[in-house]
Design a protein around this ligand. Structure first.
Ligand code: PLP
Length: 455
């Protein structure tokens, strides 16, 4: 019995649909990440913790749209907020400043006090991109440093050494910068310096070498949402970036609301200069936020320079004195209404989600021990991943590559066949909708799968 065949036989409609989709979109998908071999499962309904596919198979969903659905599918309070917002002001888009931008902003600032000022964007990608421009404007230094294995969005500057073949990626303490996509200009791999995660000594050495060029250091405080930075590492990184005049950017697109309402920065007790948020903040609607130190954020304040499009104001300082940031849909009222509804729920229920996640992680760890499997569920907050055959604690991308990824994949496919949905090789994200019954059902499925794989 082959695990892939197992799920494939139960999803003929998904397969047929994907053949049709391939006539419309390359590979049948509108984001490469949605694809997997031999074909993705195509869903047609979602509610609470559950997804239903085109063949009426039901799944407990732990992908939760890559973590963004922190209140589950179709939460009634979020839905109500959107419907009410639709009626409240007549229109759903003003194209002017409006009260929700400020209301939501104040609530975010309460949870993320490092955000002295903030701006909205339409995605996590746009948020990290804007933070890089702010850092360059502030420091006058245009190179960027990022960490091996960290993802910040699919654009050229940052699509470097996200998932390199370790064999070709240089020494562990001086990783190469490798482009991750066809079509990228080679200059990006030169201007983006790659650092080794959780290795302070090596980071310091590299940052010192490039101290006059690097303006920004961006980090996922919890790599891929489940490998936490060590506290001493984070503290050291904060110190060295401050000393060298580099803007420290926390990319909390995954960790925002998921490691607690105040994100990873609250857990580490470290104040980044800038923070990028996304995913859970919009509860399933497209959003991003950049916030941080006033003196950095103010580079984008148009009142500091001229209106870029208004030639009558040419006597004022040149438009180049202001950092350009725009977006037709930035701060969209419907999305902010959804975002505030998500916050209402999490301010009451997030602790329960964290407890529920612990229960699931502990349960999986127990099952692994029951079958004598070396491995563990690792992560903090409401996201985690399962690593197998790790010799020691996983500390970075290279450690992860040495784990048993093939068996992990097999387990994921077998779970898929038993109604547990994590896109194979992805993380688990728990939501307010995951009940005790869901957790128990998941652990029963885990038990069966581990028996099939290891006995
Ligand atoms: N940064 C991190 C840490 C992410 O996980 C992601 C998305 O997976 C992004 C940035 C990009 O966000 P988006 O997909 O909303 O553009």
């Amino acid at each position: 019995e082959h695990p892939i065949l197992d799920y494939k036989e139960e999803t003929p409609s998904s397969q047929a649909f994907m053949e049709e989709a391939e006539e419309v979109m390359p590979g049948g998908v509108t984001a490469n990440i949605k694809y997997f071999e031999p074909h993705p499962v195509v869903m047609k309904h979602g509610k609470g913790s559950k997804l239903t596919d085109m063949d009426e198979n039901e799944y407990i969903d732990y992908l939760m749209s890559y973590g963004s659905l922190v209140t589950g599918h179709g939460h009634e309070h979020v839905k109500k907020a959107i419907m009410e917002q639709m009626d409240r002001d007549g229109t759903w888009l003003f194209g002017t400043p409006h009260y929700l931008e400020v209301e939501m902003g104040k609530r975010l600032q309460k949870h993320f006090p490092s955000m002295e000022l903030l701006r909205y964007t339409n995605s996590g990608t746009e948020a990290t991109l804007l933070s890089l421009r702010l850092a360059a404007a502030h420091t006058g230094k245009h190179k960027i440093a990022k960490f091996e294995g960290h993802y910040h969005g699919g654009y050229d500057q940052m699509l470097v050494s996200v998932s390199p073949s370790v064999r070709e990626a240089g020494n562990a303490d001086a990783p190469y910068s490798l482009p991750e996509s066809k079509g990228m200009h080679p200059s990006h791999a030169r201007n983006t310096i790659t650092l080794p995660f959780n290795n302070l000594k090596a980071c310091k050495k590299i940052l010192l070498q490039h101290k006059d060029e690097i303006g920004a250091v961006m980090i996922e405080p919890v790599q891929a949402g489940f490998i936490p930075a060590e506290k001493s590492f984070m503290k050291g990184l904060r110190q060295i970036t401050e000393e060298l005049g580099m803007v420290l950017i926390f990319d909390e697109v995954k960790t925002g609301y998921r490691t607690g309402l105040g994100g990873a920065q609250n857990i580490y007790g470290i104040k980044p200069d800038l923070t990028a948020l996304g995913k859970a903040i919009g509860g399933g609607y497209p959003v991003g936020v950049v916030g941080g130190k006033k003196e950095i954020m103010m580079h984008s304040a148009p009142s500091q320079g001229s209106d870029v499009f208004d030639s009558s104001q040419s006597k004022r300082s040149s438009s180049k004195d202001v950092l350009f940031h725009s977006g037709t849909y930035n701060g969209h009222p419907m999305i902010l209404a959804a975002g505030m509804a998500v916050l209402d729920i999490l301010e009451k229920e997030l602790d329960d989600v964290l407890k529920q996640t612990e229960k699931l992680k502990n349960g999986i760890n127990e099952k692994l021990r029951k079958y004598g499997v070396q491995g563990e569920a690792v992560g903090i907050g409401s996201i985690f991943s399962v690593v197998l055959n790790n010799k020691e604690k996983i500390r970075n991308y290279r450690d992860l590559q040495k784990t048993d990824l093939a068996t992990r994949k097999e387990i994921d496919f077998r779970l898929l066949g038993k109604g547990i949905y994590v896109k194979p090789m992805n993380r688990y994200s728990v939501s307010t909708a995951h009940s005790d019954e869901d957790i128990n059902q998941t652990l029963d499925a885990y038990d069966e799968v581990l028996r099939e794989v290891y006995e």
